[in-house]
Design a protein around this ligand. Structure first.
Ligand SMILES: *Cc1c(COP(=O)(O)O)cnc(C)c1O
Length: 383
């Protein structure tokens, strides 16, 4: 039994090692030797927004990044005072609340800048904004056609003291394929966007472009700050072994066996009877399913550590449960099985699960939840 498994006293739990998150942050910070904005959106990629934020700050993160203003305000409400950027802003956001909480906001368009300026006037503050350039992802940001207008409006608002442009930024489409020509093309568009903004007088703004994959593989994209997310949690954005970069997965997902039974060869297992043992065997029932964020696509495909070995899930994943076939190995109700973890104790990794379920580990860690209990271990960032 591992140290993590000994603590399992609930039906199913997601164990998050805060020391791993802090250590991963320190490794990346050291790798780039410049400021690091740690992305903690989506409940800290499923690791817990506030504990993850405290852990990355303990590991040396210089700033935090989240998608929406609500996430930023939750961090402030928890007493976290670090520089903080919220970027996924639509019409009628509560910019006044963001400015009052000293949250920096990203702006994609002139109409959005106008709303920020209104909020700055109303609150008597100077809004700290990052201008987002769409350099080829075609998601957030101003296109090269819209960029000059946005920059000119921002420069005017800065001259008037309503905003301070503290960031010029963009996001890569294909950083997980480090040799793809799209990267060079985006870098060129980004540099043109930066040059235009600098010429318009936005000289103080930090440039930032690199997500996790670029933080690992593309030094030419590091600029004034990097912006990793998934790698902080110890997952390799390039799909390899995170240990090669000194990163360790922080999340372990485990459950207690609810029931075991001996069955004869030829029984059908789970909905649709898609699995059938070819000899007498022991089945173990695991009480988590797609209602808890375990992908249904994992049925008959994903591995689980049970009774000392990795077993492929037997049959379909149901809403609340799935079944394992452990052969003649000893297993009893209450025993712990591990779906994914660091891989250091023989358990599968989130990457193995992603490959098996035809998804990415990002989706697995952010969706696991439901009736899992989350437990934080380690001391990084714990007051
Ligand atoms: C989510 C996100 C990141 C972090 O991406 P990772 O691949 O997890 O490192 C960085 N920047 C933006 C704009 C994002 O949306």
């Amino acid at each position: 039994m591992t140290q993590l498994q000994q603590g399992l006293d609930s039906r199913a739990e997601v164990v998050v090692d805060l020391d791993a998150i802090a250590a991963n942050t320190a490794v990346l910070r050291e790798r780039v030797g410049r400021p690091l904005m740690a992305v903690v959106k989506a409940d800290g990629y499923g690791h817990g927004l506030v504990p993850a934020a405290r852990a990355v700050l303990a590991g040396g993160a210089d700033a935090l990044g989240v998608a929406v203003i609500e996430e930023a305000l939750a961090l402030r409400a928890a007493g976290i005072g670090a520089p903080l950027l919220a970027w996924l802003n639509g019409p009628s956001e509560d910019y006044a609340a963001a400015l009052a909480a000293d949250v920096e906001v990203s702006v994609n368009a002139e109409w959005a800048l106008a709303e920020v300026v209104d909020a700055a006037r109303a609150t008597g503050t100077t809004a700290r904004v990052h201008l987002f350039a769409d350099t080829g992802l075609s998601r957030e940001g101003a296109t090269p056609e819209a960029w000059p207008g946005l920059v000119a409006a921002a420069a005017r608002a800065q001259a008037d003291g309503e905003v301070s442009v503290t960031g010029l930024w963009s996001h890569l489409a294909y950083a997980d394929a480090p040799t793809h020509p799209a990267i060079g093309a985006q870098v060129r568009v980004f540099e043109e966007a930066v040059a235009l903004a600098r010429a318009a007088g936005l000289t103080e703004a930090r440039r930032h472009l690199a997500n996790s994959a670029a933080t690992i593989a593309l030094p030419e994209t590091w600029y004034d700050m990097v912006r990793p997310g998934v790698a902080l949690y110890g997952l390799d954005p390039l799909g390899g072994d995170p240990a090669q970069y000194g990163l360790r997965p922080a999340m372990t997902v485990q459950a207690r066996v609810l029931l075991t039974k001996r069955v004869p060869a030829g029984v059908g297992v789970s909905y649709g009877l898609t699995y059938s043992p070819d000899k007498e065997t022991t089945l173990a029932l695991v009480p988590v399913g797609y209602g808890d964020g375990i992908p249904r696509a994992a049925g008959n495909r994903a591995p689980v550590l049970a009774a000392g070995a990795q077993r492929t899930i037997a049959g379909r994943v149901c809403m609340d449960q799935f079944v394992l076939d452990v052969g003649d190995d000893p297993i009893a109700p209450g025993d712990t099985v591990v779906l994914w973890g660091s891989g250091e104790h023989g358990e599968p990794t989130a990457q193995q699960w992603a490959d098996a379920a035809d998804t990415i580990h990002y989706e697995l860690v952010t969706r696991v939840g439901g009736r899992f209990r989350r437990r934080h271990v380690g001391s990084a960032g714990v007051a």
